[in-house]
Design a protein around this ligand. Sequence first.
Ligand code: 5GP
Length: 180
Amino acid sequence: MSEQHTSSTITPLFSAETIGNRIREIGKEISDDYAGATPQNPLHLIVVLKGAFIFAADLVRTITVPCTVDFIHASSYGSQKHSSGNVAIRHNLQVERWNILLVEDIIDTGLTMQQITAELTALKPVSLKICSLLDKPEARKHPVEIAYTGFIVPDTFIVGYGVDYNERYRELPSIGVLNS
Ligand code: 5GP
């Protein structure tokens, strides 16, 4: 990926092929860990919109145990490159007795995941784990336990493969750093 968009350039980090290979590995791990899932008691994926929509679409097709897919909407960046510190979460899920796997694009400060897990845990699921395509451990301010991580990335601004800047770049098949 060497896209030139107005004055911004993107430095490639992970190709579409590298992402696909890693997702197949994660899907196998998840399928092994949830081998006890049944059609009556499936694994419930809850996808955090919007950034995780492409990751989730690819991931779910590598999972071989019965599962369902729901969505939750969270936003913290607005039109900025830095978290606003306020996370707006929207969902109407009843998750009691569910085994939940939260599917996220990037864990940065950890605030979004901390707030979503607190909200869902209060609804008494059987279990709740996190799967994040990308993790920026250097940026962490709020501790988060991530069960499945695609790639560790530096504390830079990432775009591509569902992840945007001002709604741009989601369509790129690979992941890179947006240089301003
Ligand atoms: P946190 O609450 O962990 O600070 O931020 C989580 C959310 O911020 C992610 O779900 C993602 O939407 C957004 N985010 C964090 N880092 C980046 C980044 O490098 N690029 C983009 N486009 N969004 C990011």
